[in-house]
Design a protein around this ligand. Structure first.
Ligand SMILES: Cc1cc2nc3c(=O)[nH]c(=O)nc-3n(C[C@H](O)[C@H](O)[C@H](O)COP(=O)(O)OP(=O)(O)OC[C@H]3O[C@@H](n4cnc5c(N)ncnc54)[C@H](O)[C@@H]3O)c2cc1C
Ligand code: FES
Length: 289
């Protein structure tokens, strides 16, 4: 079967990209002490806009703030959107306090997706740090739905501690899938942790890759992604054009109007958030951009 992705519909002329669509929370999953996953549905049960892996929505907590959050669910499911949110400030705290039935506004989906078409026929390496697994999870769903279109799937995932690992039941399910390798590591393990300890970049040294047929996608703190990219280039021979990563900046409009997310010559909301490492490598070398 071809790796068909549902293209988000072209925006209708006159449709207001700035107008939030009302949805309500249908399920809350407490992932860790500071992170929850919210599933949202439209009030009358009609399908929500299609999205591609890596795209994000602007989520509006009524009367509090609007903020960009990646869609972390399965792109094949059309009646819900899923968002995984780590509490770091006022708005994210508000989302973490939500209960079933609470209203939210969503705009989008926005942004450049992960290069799933380019990945067809290749081995897919996914490297995640912390909450960075959320924007990467749709890649895994997509590969599992279209398994014959892709080669090996490797997920390397690092968090601060074992209790920060997201999607723990799914990690166990994924590692049992055909041609799939899942490796996790933590910065501090504690007495009961029997797994790997150390930075996620150390796991890269332990895997075998064929650089000519591998495409890498990574999301996590910027410094982590920089070291992941260098490790893949310098020690695994991957070309910078085969490494993709997501960038984060403050956003207001989410769709290229306001300039808040300017990153050198790019607007992250519309030219990203997924970029080819080759295209932003010089910018990533400069601090405070
Ligand atoms: C395209 C895109 C996709 C995103 N996807 C997700 C997602 O799927 N899940 C998710 O949890 N977040 C995601 N974020 C980050 C999220 O938008 C911010 O965490 C959020 O805007 C913070 O808002 P706040 O009002 O809660 O905190 P603020 O009051 O804005 O910030 C509170 C404090 O936290 C710091 N802070 C802000 N953002 C972060 C961050 N990302 N990590 C660590 N510290 C931070 C600030 O510097 C400040 O010190 C995404 C961002 C972008 C641009
Ligand atoms: S958030 Fe307005 S231009 Fe990107």
């Amino acid at each position: 079967m071809a790796a068909t992705l549902v293209e988000p519909p072209a925006r209708e002329a006159g449709s207001d990209v700035m107008l939030p669509r009302p949805v309500r929370v249908s399920e809350v999953i407490q992932e860790t002490h500071d992170t929850c996953t919210l599933r949202v549905v439209s009030p009358r049960g009609e399908p929500l806009p299609a999205f591609l892996p890596g795209q994000f929505s602007m989520l509006y907590a009524m009367g509090v703030a609007e903020l960009p959050i990646s869609i972390s669910g399965d792109p094949a499911i059309r009646d819900t959107h899923t968002y995984t949110i780590r509490s770091v400030g006022l708005a994210t705290q508000r989302f973490n306090a939500m209960r079933v039935g609470n209203p939210i506004g969503i705009r989008g989906p926005f942004g450049n997706p992960w290069p799933m078409e380019e990945a067809r026929g290749k081995d897919v390496l996914v490297v995640a740090g912390g909450i960075g697994l959320a924007p990467l999870r749709p890649i895994l769903y997509h590969v599992f739905h279209h398994r014959q279109d892709f080669g090996r799937l490797i997920l390397l995932y690092g968090t601060r501690s074992p209790s920060d690992l997201l999607f723990r039941k799914e990690l166990k399910r994924w590692e049992k899938q055909k041609d799939t390798l899942v490796m996790t590591t933590v910065d501090y393990g504690g007495m009961s942790w029997k797994g790997n300890v150390g930075l996620v970049t150390r796991l890269i040294g332990r895997i075998r890759l064929n650089p000519a047929r591998t495409i890498a996608m990574t999301c996590g703190p910027e410094i982590m992604m920089r070291y992941v990219a260098y490790e893949l280039q310098d020690h695994k021979g991957l070309d910078a054009s085969h490494i993709h990563l997501t960038m984060e900046r403050n956003m207001k409009c989410g769709c290229g109007f306001c300039g808040h997310c300017q990153y050198g010559p790019h607007f992250i909301c519309k030219d990203g958030p997924v970029f080819r490492f080759r295209d932003i490598q010089p910018l990533m070398m400069q601090y405070e951009i």
